[in-house]
Design a protein around this ligand. Structure first.
Ligand code: ZN
Length: 316
C-alpha cells in the first residue's frame, strides 16, 4: 500500500507515525512539497520573537521595550530580571560621569584548559556575544554629587564567574579608591570562581578582600550590592564583607546552591531558603532595595557615609 510506505521522519524521533496525508500518486517518492514543521506544542501566533518576554514569576507577556524602560523589572509582579552591567551603570551614575578603568584587560589561558571547548575559544565567543571583555566593568562615576568607585558584574559573561581579570580589575579599582579617599560600591552577580583558571581564580578571593581591608583601614565606606544570583567564591569573598550589604528583591544568595545543600545534609530546607528576604531576616543582608529605588537610596547612604559625622575616614 502507498500510505504504509510513507512515514514522517524527524531527527531524533522514531519514524513510526504515519503521514497526515498521502503524497500525490504521481509525485516522486523523494521530492515531497515542503510543509511547516510539526511539533507537539502549537507555536504562539502573531507574536514576533524578540519583542516580548514572558515573566517567569507571574507569566505576564511583557513588551521588551517597556521592560527595558522599567530597568528589566516586571511592571506587574516586580520580578527583577537580570540586567547587563552597562545598563546598570547607566541607571546609577550621572550622565557622562563614568570613567572606566582597565577596559581592555582580558584573561589568558594559563592552564591551557580544554574541556568540551577550549577556554580561549569560550572567552572569544562570550566576548563576541556580550560585547564585554570579561565579567566585570569597573571605574569611577558620580552618584548624585558623590564621586565613587563602582564595579558591576555581568552574569551573561561566563555566569559572572570570577577569574583573574575580575579579581584584578576590582582590586585595582579598590586600591585607586583608597588612594583617592573615595567610597566603593560593588554590584555582584556570580556563579562563583572561574574553574578554567583553577587556583588563579581562587586567589582572587584573598586579593580582593586584602584590597578592601586596606580601603577599610583608611576608614572609607564600602557598599556591597547582591543581585540574583550571588553565590560561591564571590559571596565567600568581597560580596559578603560590605559595611552595608544591600540586596535586590528575590535575589538568590548563598555559597553552595540549595540542591547541593539538600543532597549533602539530607534535610528539608525552609521555605524561601537563600533568598534575599530570608537572609534579611537572619541578618546577613542589611536591607532590600528595588532596582528603581537603588540610585536614590545610594545617594542617601553615600551622603550619610561620606559625611564627617557618618564615617570617620572622610572629611576628618
Ligand atoms: Zn511578573
Amino acid at each position: 500500500m502507498a500510505t504504509t510506505s510513507f512515514s514522517k521522519k524527524m531527527p531524533g524521533v522514531d519514524a513510526t507515525e504515519p503521514a497526515l496525508t498521502p503524497p500525490p500518486a504521481n509525485a516522486p517518492a523523494t521530492n515531497f512539497p515542503k510543509k511547516p514543521k510539526l511539533s507537539s506544542k502549537p507555536r504562539k501566533r502573531d507574536i514576533p520573537e524578540g519583542l516580548w518576554t514572558k515573566c517567569p514569576k507571574c507569566a505576564t507577556m511583557l513588551f521588551d521595550k517597556e521592560l527595558d524602560e522599567n530597568l528589566k523589572v516586571c511592571a506587574r509582579c516586580q520580578h527583577h530580571f537580570p540586567i547587563g552591567a552597562r545598563e546598570r551603570i547607566h541607571s546609577l551614575v550621572e550622565t557622562c560621569s563614568f570613567e572606566e578603568m582597565d577596559a581592555d584587560m582580558v584573561s589568558v589561558d594559563v592552564l591551557n584548559f580544554t574541556g568540551v571547548a577550549s577556554y580561549t575559544s569560550k572567552l572569544q565567543s562570550y566576548q563576541k556575544s556580550t560585547g564585554l571583555k570579561d565579567a566585570v566593568i569597573t571605574g569611577f562615576g558620580n552618584i548624585g554629587g558623590q564621586r565613587t568607585a563602582l564595579g558591576v558584574m555581568d552574569f551573561s559573561f561566563l555566569g559572572g564567574s570570577m577569574g583573574s581579570v575580575v579579581g584584578e580589575k576590582l582590586s585595582r579599582m579598590i586600591e585607586r579608591a583608597t588612594e583617592r579617599g573615595l567610597p566603593c560600591i560593588i554590584i555582584s552577580t556570580s556563579g562563583g570562581a572561574r574553574m578554567y583558571e583553577g587556583m588563579f581564580s581562587l586567589m582572587q578571593m584573598a586579593k580582593t578582600c586584602a584590597a578592601l581591608a586596606y580601603h577599610a583601614k583608611s576608614k572609607l565606606p564600602y557598599i556591597s550590592i547582591l543581585t540574583h544570583p550571588t553565590t560561591a567564591g564571590v559571596m565567600a569573598s568581597y560580596a559578603s564583607i560590605g559595611d552595608l550589604i544591600i540586596a535586590e528583591p528575590g535575589a538568590m544568595i548563598g555559597f553552595a546552591g540549595p540542591r547541593v545543600i539538600k543532597d549533602t545534609t539530607q534535610a528539608e530546607l525552609p521555605p524561601g531558603f537563600q533568598t534575599a528576604e530570608f537572609l534579611l531576616d537572619r541578618g546577613l543582608v542589611d536591607t532590600i532595595i528595588a532596582r528603581k529605588d537603588m540610585k536614590a537610596s545610594l545617594i542617601d547612604y553615600l551622603g550619610y557615609m561620606t559625611s564627617s559625622q557618618g564615617w570617620p575616614g572622610i572629611g576628618s
